[in-house]
Design a protein around this ligand. Structure first.
Ligand code: CMP
Length: 137
């Protein structure tokens, strides 16, 4: 059965361009409830750990550099079928469909405005990376 939370991050490109409010408004208007939210900045070690699954790929080092280049907004969002509905809303990493968050706000495959969990299991892991259990009650 699909879980009801997903982990989301507004990335340094979108935060730096002042899109945070517009992106949050889109999340809320599509029925996602903000369960936890933090404005923060990742250090190199944190970005490397968060994206460890991509270690060794050609885009890994530039991705870590990008993700540490400025502040991010980390979020846990709640909605029925959260992981799948969120991924539909943000669009694909490459060539996102018209109407999606990434189509509107992303600059490239790397500078793609937002992150979203790809499974219920990873939503739990990623939420736990940023938030203490007491912040997710
Ligand atoms: P995200 O959904 O956060 O997950 C991994 C990130 O790596 C992805 O968004 C992009 O920012 C980046 N990424 C994935 N594939 C590529 C690629 N082919 N080239 C550059 N960056 C990529």
């Amino acid at each position: 059965m699909a879980g009801n939370i997903t982990f989301s991050m507004i990335k340094p490109d979108a935060v730096g361009k002042g899109y945070t409010g517009k992106i949050l408004d889109r999340f809320i208007s599509e029925g996602f409830k903000i369960k936890a939210m933090r404005y923060t900045r990742l250090c190199k070690c944190e970005a490397e750990t968060f994206y460890a699954v991509h270690k060794g790929k050609d885009f890994y080092e530039p991705l870590v550099e990008f993700m540490t280049s400025g502040p991010v907004v980390a979020l846990v969002l709640e909605k029925e079928n959260a992981v799948a509905d969120y991924r539909t809303m943000i669009g694909a990493t490459s060539n996102p469909a018209e109407g999606t968050v990434r189509h509107q706000f992303a600059e490239s495959t790397r500078l793609n405005a937002v992150h979203g969990s790809d499974s219920d299991e990873n939503a739990q892991i990623e939420a736990g990376f940023f938030f203490a259990q007491r912040e997710l009650l």
